[in-house]
Design a protein around this ligand. Structure first.
Ligand code: SF4
Length: 87
């Protein structure tokens, strides 16, 4: 997730972009949350650089419409859970 401007779609609901404690990948709640986040990313002008940054960081959460599984499939390794929106 790009951290620069308050006008980015993810700023309106940052909790959609990171799994709360106990929400596991692939569960119905996880999938519903990620799909909602992806819908916000879909029209975002920062989608491609955001996706690439998430891959480069090995971040967790939804970045540029990709979740952890997408990034691993793209060759990224998950390294950090610290990359979140700075409120
Ligand atoms: S692509 Fe998604 S996560 Fe990245 S800045 Fe845009 S809305 Fe936020």
């Amino acid at each position: 997730m790009i951290l620069t401007t308050s006008r980015l779609p993810c700023r309106s609901n940052p909790d959609l972009f990171f799994a709360p404690d106990g929400q596991h990948t692939g569960t119905p709640l996880y999938n519903a949350r990620v799909e909602s986040a992806r819908a916000l990313c879909h029209g975002c002008p920062e989608r491609i650089p955001c996706r690439d940054r998430g891959r480069a960081l090995g971040a967790t959460g939804v970045w540029g419409g990709e979740d952890d599984i997408d990034r691993v499939e793209a060759g990224s390794s998950i390294r950090s859970q610290r990359w979140r929106i700075a409120a």
